[in-house]
Design a protein around this ligand. Structure first.
Ligand code: CUA
Length: 227
């Protein structure tokens, strides 16, 4: 989860988020190299006394500084496209989680299992609740099995919301009248937090997402005993 003064991305809890972080770092290195090179060239341009009164064209240098950025952009674009398609790929999901955005809470349905469904409201943080996660804790958590392909179907009932869990690399809009699909694969046990990320009204900040990732054995146990 995010804590105070976090500067970098949260640690990944899914293979896709890991790839996103790798891509971010890759792009950032290219960006830093360009910034340093251009910064150095500009400094040199400003602080010298060279003049060339007869300079009108330079075919060769123009060819070079056209082709080099093109190649650089290809090195960013190809991994980006790979990720884009990878994020939308869904193969043989074990279970489907339906996530419905409301003003201002999420509700969830596990339609594979006798229609388990519940609302998930943020809980109040106070003296009697001192061990809860302030502004991130909910009354009913999403329980999901780790190491399994999970399909999430996302929609909304009133306005546009967005179901966003940074550590799992998931961010998808919840539109009324539409059904969006995304996949996730959690590779470790733990609690993962998310928040709505479409400005959806007065309490936009107060509709957190809380996922509890557990082993498949415990998940089956939970779903069996769900009343
Ligand atoms: Cu729902 Cu912002």
């Amino acid at each position: 989860m995010a804590t105070w003064s976090n500067f970098n991305l949260q640690n990944s809890a899914s293979p896709l988020m890991e790839q996103i972080i790798f891509f971010h770092d890759h792009t950032l290195v290219i960006l830093i190299m360009i910034t340093i090179l251009v910064g150095y060239l500009m400094m040199n341009l400003f602080f010298n006394k060279y003049i060339n009164r007869f300079l009108l064209e330079g075919q060769m240098i123009e060819l070079i500084w056209t082709i080099i950025p093109t190649i650089t952009l290809i090195f960013i674009a190809l991994p980006s496209l790979r990720l884009l398609y990878l994020l939308d790929e869904l193969n043989n999901p074990l279970i489907t989680l339906k996530s419905i955005g409301h003003q201002w809470y999420w509700s969830y349905e596990y339609s594979d299992f006798n229609n388990v469904e519940f609302d998930s409201y943020m809980i109040n943080y106070n003296q009697s609740n001192i061990n809860s996660f302030r502004l991130l804790d909910v009354d009913n958590r999403i329980i999901l099995p780790m190491n399994n392909q999970i399909r999430v179907m996302v929609t909304a009932t009133d306005v546009i919301h967005s179901w966003t869990v940074p550590s799992l690399g998931v961010k998808i809009d919840a539109n009324p009248g539409r059904l969006n699909q995304i996949n996730l694969f959690i590779n470790r046990p733990g609690i993962f937090f998310g928040q709505c990320s479409e400005i959806c009204g007065a309490n936009h900040s107060f509709m957190p997402i809380m996922i509890e990732s557990i082993s498949i054995k415990n998940f089956i146990n939970w779903i069996n005993n769900y009343s």
